[in-house]
Every structure is written in C-alpha cells, then in structure tokens.
Write a protein that binds this ligand. Structure first.
Ligand code: ATP
Ligand code: MG
Length: 216
C-alpha cells in the first residue's frame, strides 16, 4: 500500500437509508472512482427534517429507528474497503441538518477534503437546506444523476457564482431506478427486494419484519 496522501479526499453520502439500496452504493462507488476518493463515508440521518419523522410516501408510517438504518448501512457497505459508516447523525440529539453533519465530519477529518454526494432530487432542494451557504464552505458538492429527475443545476449555479468553480460538480452515474420508498412498499406487500438491496439487507429486513403493515 502506498503512503497515505494529505489531504485525503473523502466522499460523504448522507441519506435516510430506510433501507439503503444499490442506487446509493453505485453512487458512492462511481463518485469514488471518478473523483479519485480515498474513502466514502455513509452517514445515516438521525431524525431527517424533510421527512419530519414520517415516511413521505405514507405519512401514517414513521421512519424506521435509526439503529436499524445504521446497521443496514453497515451490512451493505462492509465488503467495500473504501466504504465506512459514521454515527455522527444517529448519535446527535434532534433533527438532522446536513450542515451539522459536515461540521462534525470536519472535526474527524480536519486535514482532508470533503465531497458531499447528493442525488439529482435532493440537489433540487438544496437552497432550502438549513444554512445552505455554509455548506459550500465545508465541502465540495457532487450532484449525481437519478432516473426520473433532471440533473440540472443552472438555477443553483447562479447562487454559487461567488464560490470556487468546483464547489458543485455534476456526474452521470449508471441509472438504477431504485428508491427506498419502493423497497418499503415491496417489503410491505411481500414483493421481492432481492437485487435492489444487498443480500444481507434483504435478510435483515426479513429478520426484523421491517416495513410490514402489521409489524410482529
Ligand atoms: P426515499 O424514497 O425514502 O426518499 P431514497 O431512495 O430517495 O429514499 P434517500 O435515503 O432519501 O433514498 O437518499 C439518500 C441520497 O441518495 C440522496 O442524495 C438521493 O438523491 C440519493 N439517491 C437515492 N437513490 C438514488 C438512485 N437510485 N440513484 C442516484 N442517487 C440516489
Ligand atoms: Mg429520498
């Protein structure tokens, strides 16, 4: 192994991960390759503010407990030597804001460059994120393509005119039309999630009866 370089380039993949699926993993893997990252840290949210503790697809159902989402993320990423999982959001009290995620990670990686990875759908909403202008001081942003959403940040770029040119970069990644919402709906109705999520996550969902309409 070559000596560690400084600064290292660290990807940050934030998400609710309820459950983590292959779309998330391909995004992390592709950005790691294209941006020559040393590591991609997956960060499951604590209480996600956009979802206000309930599923957007079915407001009568809560987001799964953070510990389940954290463990599924560990299982999904365990075999990739470049992937790690952080508990910063799971362990922080209160609602998760990305700016807090990045401030906490900055403390763990004081000498490194952070690259926050976000799908095209999330990118569309970034101007509404808490302290959004600070986000771009804490990390570079990589917007990745996602089926069903346009990867177009022209509007966002106008707001970023004063920032360095590489503050936000776009990347087309292999298109996987997978969402956690669909995986939950499948698990709820007994349809397969095989090959949409890693095998260990299929088994974890079954073992704990996650997403069933009538949890045991
Ligand atoms: P939900 O349906 O519950 O919103 P999700 O599939 O959108 O779940 P999130 O945890 O909300 O997953 O997403 C975390 C991050 O991963 C976001 O930046 C999102 O845009 C991105 N992402 C999710 N699925 C894909 C995909 N299939 N391709 C590319 N990016 C994705
Ligand atoms: Mg989402």
């Amino acid at each position: 192994m070559s000596a560690a370089r400084t600064p290292r380039r660290i990807g940050v993949m934030g998400g609710t991960f309820d459950p983590i699926h292959n779309g998330h993993l391909v995004a992390g893997s592709e950005v790691a390759h294209r941006f020559d990252l040393d590591e991609v840290v997956f960060v499951p949210t604590g209480r996600p503010w956009q979802k206000e503790g309930v599923q957007a697809s079915d407001p009568s159902r809560p987001v799964s407990p953070a510990e389940h989402r954290y463990l599924m993320t560990v299982i999904a990423t365990a075999s990739n030597p470049q992937f790690t999982v952080s508990r910063v959001d799971v362990d922080r009290e209160g609602v998760t804001y990305t700016v807090d995620t990045l401030r906490d990670l900055r403390k763990s990686y004081p000498d490194d460059e952070l690259y926050f990875i976000t799908g095209a759908d999330a990118l569309e909403t970034i101007l509404s994120w808490h302290d959004w202008e600070d986000l771009f001081e804490l990390a570079n942003f990589i917007g990745v393509s996602r089926p069903g959403y346009e990867l177009n940040a022209t509007h966002l770029m106008e707001h970023l005119a004063a920032k360095p040119a590489d503050a936000l970069q776009m990347l087309e990644i292999p298109a996987l039309a997978i969402s956690s919402t669909d995986c939950r709906a499948r698990a709820a109705t007994g349809r397969p999630v095989w090959y949409l999520v890693p095998d260990g996550v299929v088994q974890y969902i079954a073992k704990h009866g996650l997403y069933r309409k009538d949890p045991a």
